[in-house]
Design a protein around this ligand. Sequence first.
Ligand code: NAP
Ligand code: GLV
Length: 314
Amino acid sequence: MDILIYSPDGKTAAYETGLAEHLPQANIRGWQPGDTAPADYLVLWKPNAEVLQPREGLKAIFNLGAGVDGVLGPHGDGVQRLPAGVPLVRLEDAGMADQMAQYVSAATLRYFRRLDEFEAQQAQRQWKFQKPNRLADFPVAVLGYGTLGAHVARALKTFGFAVRAWSRSERHDDSGIALHHGEAGFDACVSGARVLVNLLPLTPQTVDILDANLFARLAHGAFLINVARGAHLVEADLLTALDSGQIAGATLDVFRTEPLPPDHPFWRAPRVSITPHISALTLRDETVAQIAGKIAALARGEAITGIVDLARGY
Ligand code: NAP
Ligand code: GLV
């Protein structure tokens, strides 16, 4: 079996070694410009058009992340670049759900416990009491109740937050999270929320969803935590909402342009906290184990999970 690995920075050696440990019989190679040779499996992140050219024998394409917008594009038109009939498989958790729960819990608790305000006071050498927030005044809305969103929502619930979540299709469970779905359920999920967490995939339906219209539905002085994709956020609308106080603070891990350009206004916005797309990293050992397990299952003729529905875009 031939496995071809592509990374935009050309650094594929660690994945080659990792996959070889799980699949010792496989011929594994990193992609080089001009490589149009047959491959049974492609393992990639943000591919160029050349690597996606139809390839003899190709059985599946594995995306080295949960979000497939780097393959399909924010408007879904990248689907035309994919070889017809070859399944695109995304990462499912692979150690990202725990990382995401840690990151979002830390950001939510920082706002709830007013640590952002105490940090600002410390910079002024100010010793000043701040009235504690009440859980009852801090409903949290999580957009996306999939692999990551559901795990994050449950983690937040353990701290006593009233958590609501939003998905495309109807979901039921016994988590105690208020579940909403579809366009009809959007308002009930976000209205009056004090913290808004975005964990949606980037699709034509969700691009620009974090906009002035949504911010206006939140509680005054709400907090935004965007850990999904930069193109979900209308950046100018966030800056306006921060100016008006409608949004009191934002924790942003993802941006329309990454790395965030040095002259971007977010760097200077005092109530914007920035991290460089690290909220849930692709962990190599877990990722390699998951992909190798699925390749082995496909080779045995078994069904696998995590196949992207190209019509839905995630
Ligand atoms: P997932 O399992 O596919 O979950 C996606 C969730 O979003 C599902 O609940 C889905 O609804 C919902 N959804 C999709 N389109 C919707 C729409 N139009 N309206 C309402 N709900 C919609 O994905 P995941 O593994 O949790 O990952 C989510 C995203 O996180 C990824 O796509 C990626 O962009 C981002 N991410 C970021 C990082 C980082 O480091 N910053 C790391 C990993 C992932 P259904 O349940 O009905 O399908
Ligand atoms: C990272 O952003 C991912 O989609 O896995």
